[in-house]
Ligand binder design. Structure first.
Ligand code: LLP
Length: 422
């Protein structure tokens, strides 16, 4: 089967990121270990940016997909904005050199402190997800003596045709303000002394492999904008969220040109030319990363062969949580003839701890495998379950590689805890 390795190439059978042999990274840093390619992140960002040509836009990289400071810094240097969902993410963006004036803040549960923090540093826009939040933002901005820039995040009730856990634009989900209540929300915002209406926002889901849900959602937002114009409310920016998918297996995913052209066409079809904000996460970093893992044991029972690897569901949870497929390939190309079918499983004491089911591989103890397309929602979703230190992260830049996060130690794991006095 064809390998899904957009940004990692084989040379003489060996897997490379840019000009660095992944086997050399595994030898120096150990496994499990995440590896990202700087040039791949840059390429993904640039191709999206280029696709807009002269159309006014802002790319706000969605920090939750991969929030390592080095990743954020690479994107900040390209002029990227950021989509955040917590005070912690805001702090990371600032430490990575991101421009607060290009930050949009989504999330259903923003605390008072988080809103204050966002207002203090002067972010571009708070995407408000309820009337109660709108009132809270107005009150906090009044106390600070400023006008808070807000967008109403509406729930466009669109089926994004994706995994139910990552579909956010259906009306039964917790996200956004229902379309039917949006006009009332804007009226309220207009009458508030300390909010300024910056725009409208939506996010319909993640790993979307078709442009239609995006254009349908955009069309609903534009129709709402028309209704708002009739009552004298002007909307100046449209944020269509993130969600563009990547290829994990055999998905046919629109490229950034197709995606952007579809959005601009939908905009023009209703006679609008409004600046577009997009919040891509996965499509910027997903195929720019792999997780390297070593085969600890090979074993069989009556029905299955298992390759037990040193990365578990605590290191990469997507296969266990969403039953997601991520390709698993050897660092050194193997001969087709010796392949067997394996379940690639981790060391965690849970039956769900499976990286990949029924994979055709030729493996022996000590072999190193790469779990592909692991740059997004990989390390960020890792945990210490089973008291496993979280893996290190490495970024390849040309012919060099840099440790951008060290392997956690057991001391670090225990440092925050204390026992009761005698
Ligand atoms: N904007 C908002 C408001 C979001 O909630 C999200 C993702 C994004 C942007 C970025 O979406 P992306 O372009 O990355 O699809 N853990 C799941 C994905 C959860 C996505 C949550 N929201 C996974 O591993 O598939």
């Amino acid at each position: 089967m064809e390998e899904v390795l957009t940004n990692f190439a084989r040379r003489d059978g060996e897997l490379y990121a840019d000009q660095v042999r992944l086997a050399d990274i595994a030898a120096e840093v150990g496994t499990p270990c995440y590896v990202y390619s700087r040039v791949a992140i840059e390429r993904n960002f640039q191709s999206l940016s280029t696709a807009f040509e002269d159309y006014p836009h802002l790319i706000c990289y969605s920090v939750k997909a991969n929030s390592n400071l080095a990743v954020l810094n690479v994107l900040a240097r390209l002029g990227s904005g950021f989509d955040i969902v917590s005070g912690g993410e805001l702090e990371r963006v600032l430490r990575a050199g991101g421009d607060p004036a290009k930050v949009v803040f989504s999330g259903v549960g923003k605390t008072k402190r988080e809103i204050e923090q966002a207002l203090e540093v002067g972010i571009r826009c708070i995407d408000v997800e309820s009337i109660a939040e709108l009132q809270r933002v107005n009150a906090l901005a009044a106390r600070a003596g400023i006008k808070a820039p807000v967008a109403i995040r509406v729930n466009p009730d669109i089926d994004a045709n994706t995994h139910p856990y990552i579909a956010t634009g259906l009306r039964q989900t917790k996200f956004g303000i229902p379309m039917a209540d949006a006009i009332a929300a804007y009226r309220l915002a207009l009458d508030m002394s300390h909010v300024a209406i910056h725009g409208i926002a939506a996010h319909i889901g993640s790993q979307i492999t078709d442009t239609t849900p995006f254009t349908e959602a955009l069309d609903r937002l534009l129709r709402l904008i028309e209704d708002l114009e009739e009552i004298g409310i002007t909307i100046e920016n449209v944020d269509i969220g993130g969600g563009l998918g990547v290829r994990y297996r055999n998905e046919q995913v629109p490229d950034s040109k197709n995606f952007v052209t579809a959005l601009i066409n939908a905009m023009h079809a209703r006679g609008f030319d409004l600046p577009l904000i997009v919040e891509p996460g996965r499509s910027i970093v997903g195929d720019a990363g792999v997780l390297l893992t070593k085969v600890e044991y090979v074993k069989s029972n009556v029905v299955k062969n298992f390759a037990v690897v040193d990365a578990g569901m605590n290191d990469l949870i997507r296969p266990a949580l969403y039953d997601a497929w991520q390709d698993i390939v050897p660092l050194v190309a193997e001969s087709e003839s010796k392949r067997n079918r394996y379940d690639v499983v981790g060391p965690v004491c849970e039956t769900a701890d499976v990286m990949g089911k029924d994979r055709e591989l030729d493996v022996v103890e000590g072999d190193i495998l790469a779990v592909c397309t692991a740059g997004a929602y990989g390390w960020v979703l890792s945990s210490n379950y089973n008291s496993r230190p979280r893996p290190p992260e490495v970024m390849v830049d040309g012919d060099q590689f840099y440790l951008i996060r060290h392997r956690e130690t057991i001391d670090e794991l225990c440092a925050a805890e204390s026992i009761l006095p005698e």
